[in-house]
Write a protein that binds this ligand. Structure first.
Ligand code: HEM
Length: 140
């Protein structure tokens, strides 16, 4: 979800009073978009941000998820208006992927390059068109 931030600019918000964020003055009633996509690709926080590297979220001994690193990814936004569907979405994604990977085998089409980890950009990010071979996994 860091790499393919589904909702790159979250929802539009508006300031209710004059405010200052990190030294930047923002006038009352200003439309504000938070760039969640960019937050997830900050090179100082996520070295080699384009690389798909789940190991980046593990502790030094690679035995546990390091919450201080994982919590820096904000695909559901932050604050009072963060996504209320976060818990449901995480359970759905976990179940969906678990069932798919347990039941199916995915392989590259001979002669074709593997699908790219990149997106079609818009209000939401969508995967680029791709082809893979999906076959039923044998039960051991
Ligand atoms: C991977 C799945 C999902 C992602 C990445 C996602 C992401 C987001 C983001 C970034 C926002 C805007 C937060 C902000 O502007 O600060 C949002 C708002 C919202 N999401 Fe989700 N969402 C997901 C799934 C869901 C689901 C499953 C539901 C409901 C069952 C849901 C319901 C909502 C609602 C109602 C809001 C508006 C909240 C408000 O304005 O107070 N979302 N979501």
């Amino acid at each position: 979800m860091r790499h393919s931030c589904i909702f790159p600019f979250a929802l539009p918000h508006s300031t209710t009073k004059d405010t200052t964020v990190n030294g930047h003055f923002v006038k009352e009633n200003t439309l504000v978009f938070v760039n969640l996509w960019s937050l997830s690709r900050e090179p100082e926080v996520f070295p080699e941000p384009e690389a798909f590297n789940p190991m980046r979220f593990l502790n030094e001994t690679c035995t546990q998820v390091d919450r201080s690193k994982a919590d820096l990814v904000l695909p559901f936004g932050a604050g009072k208006r963060r996504c209320p569907g976060e818990a449901l979405a995480k359970v759905e994604i976990f179940l969906f992927l678990s069932v798919l990977l347990q039941s199916c085998r995915f392989s590259v089409v001979p002669g074709q390059a593997p699908p790219k980890v990149d997106s079609k950009y818009g209000l939401t990010l969508k995967p680029l068109d791709f082809q893979v071979i999906v076959s039923k996994r044998e039960v051991l």
